[in-house]
Every structure is written in structure tokens, then in C-alpha cells.
Design a protein around this ligand. Structure first.
Ligand SMILES: [Zn+2]
Ligand SMILES: [Zn+2]
Length: 255
């Protein structure tokens, strides 16, 4: 089985002590690639160092996370732009709208989101989108860019069937992770109706740990629990889930 963790923050301090063991455990369960979403300039050094250590397995993105959009967001965006001009990245992400933690910088979140989608369009690379309490607003913001050819992933998708349908209609993918294993998430009945050709797998490690490890640190080897859950929901084999979602990930990020 060959699977791809399309979204994991393995460069964070939570993994500092045992990253080699974390990668090795993931390899043993079939994880062949790890895509590393950026957050802000604070994490760039550690993210790029991990990518350099695991060349051909770890792939960095570049971008400003909506929760890091603060007073200094123009400086942060300039930093993102400089990096994008310097070298190639797998995607621009994670970017988006987050109205859960703090609504002080909503206008700036929209500006940062739209600016970075424009940069992705110009570079012909995908975007990885984070939304929390803002899925309808995010879909509306993406629509004109999708119409111009922008592609990407709505990571950690937890929305309704209607949301999923709109996202698929824009030819975007849904990133599915640990939330799928949570009984009351409401995501299982939505996934029953969504074709796997629109799905990629992710852990969002160290966050959103699947059952049976919910509450502990998440890591990429736990992607197998998402595969098992999807196989159960779709009534197909784990190998089929792996093959389809891996193909989707390779298509969006390139091989
Ligand atoms: Zn996120
Ligand atoms: Zn994330």
C-alpha cells in the first residue's frame, strides 16, 4: 500500500525529539510522501530543514496561515513572496479564513487569502486552504479564482454535503483526516455520498488525531486509520482507497 500524507506539520517542536522514528513508522505503514504546510515566517527554517533532511519524501509549501494574519501581515506576505520568487514549492498553503479564534483581522485575512491565491495562479501551483467557521465565505472567495483555473485542496474538510458539492464543482479536492473517525462529526454520512476521486488523505499532525489515539499527538503513521475508515464507509478494500487517493494527490502536486 502506497499512501500520501498531503498535510502534516512534522517540523513543529512536538516532533523535535523523535522525528526520525516518526518518519520510519510512517514509511512502514506505506506513507511515501509528506507534504508540509507553512504557517508563518517563524516556522520556515525548521520546515525547510526537515525537507532537506528527507529530500524526495518531504515537500514544503509556502504561505501565511489565516491565524497568523496580524498587524504585521504585510511583512509576512512580503516574506512569502520572496520565498516564492526564490525557489519552487509544492503549493501555497495553508491559506484561508479562520473566524474561530479571533475576528479582529477579518478584512486582512481576506486580503492575504486573495493575494496568495493570485500568486498561486501566476505560478500555476495549487493552494491548500484552511477554513474554520468560515467555509461558505471561503468557497465564495475561491470561486472567481477557480474560474480562472486555480486548483487545490480544502484541507480538513468537515462541511456539509452542499459545501462538498460546491468545492467539487470548482474542481477542488477535499482533504480528509482524523475527524472522519469521530462519531459525532457528521462527516461519515457526507463521505458516503462523495466519490473517492475527489478525496486526498491527510493527518494535520500533530493535531486532529484519529480514533483510537484521539487526544494524543497525531503522526503520519496514523493515516492508516483514515484509510480503514474510508474503506469501511465505501465498502471497498484499503488498497483501493490508497490507490485512488494517492493518484489524486499525485495529480494535484505532481509526481
Ligand atoms: Zn489548517
Ligand atoms: Zn495544518
Amino acid at each position: 500500500m502506497k499512501i500520501i500524507d498531503t498535510h502534516c506539520h512534522l517540523y513543529l517542536d512536538e516532533f523535535k525529539a523523535d522525528i526520525d522514528a516518526v518518519i520510519e513508522r510512517a514509511r512502514k505503514t506505506g506513507v511515501e510522501r509528506f507534504y508540509l504546510p507553512a504557517i508563518d515566517s517563524e516556522v520556515t527554517d525548521n520546515m525547510l530543514a526537515l525537507e532537506a533532511t528527507y529530500g524526495g519524501e518531504c515537500f514544503a509549501m509556502m504561505g501565511l496561515h489565516p491565524c497568523s494574519v496580524k498587524e504585521n501581515f504585510k511583512d509576512e506576505l512580503r516574506n512569502v513572496q520572496e520565498w516564492l520568487n526564490n525557489r519552487t514549492f509544492a503549493a501555497i498553503g495553508e491559506i484561508g479564513l479562520d473566524f474561530y479564534w479571533d475576528k479582529t483581522f477579518i478584512a486582512q485575512q481576506y486580503e492575504a487569502f486573495e493575494t496568495q491565491m493570485q500568486w498561486a495562479l501566476e505560478r500555476n501551483i495549487p493552494v491548500v486552504i484552511h477554513t474554520r467557521n468560515a467555509i461558505d465565505e471561503a468557497i465564495d472567495t475561491v470561486k472567481p479564482f477557480a474560474a480562472k483555473g486555480l486548483r487545490g485542496i480544502f484541507h480538513c474538510f468537515t462541511g456539509s454535503y452542499e459545501n462538498a458539492y460546491e468545492i467539487i464543482d470548482m474542481q477542488f479536492l477535499l482533504g480528509i483526516g482524523g475527524v472522519l473517525t469521530y462519531k459525532n462529526s457528521g462527516l461519515q454520512p457526507v463521505m458516503e455520498k462523495i466519490d473517492l476521486q475527489h478525496i486526498v488523505l491527510e493527518t494535520d499532525a500533530p493535531y486532529l488525531t484519529p480514533v483510537p489515539y484521539r487526544g494524543k499527538r497525531n503522526e503520519s503513521s496514523y493515516l492508516q486509520y483514515i484509510v480503514t475508515k474510508l474503506a469501511e464507509i465505501k465498502n471497498i478494500s484499503a488498497d483501493e482507497v490508497a490507490a485512488i487517493t494517492t493518484n489524486n494527490a499525485e495529480k494535484i502536486f505532481g509526481r
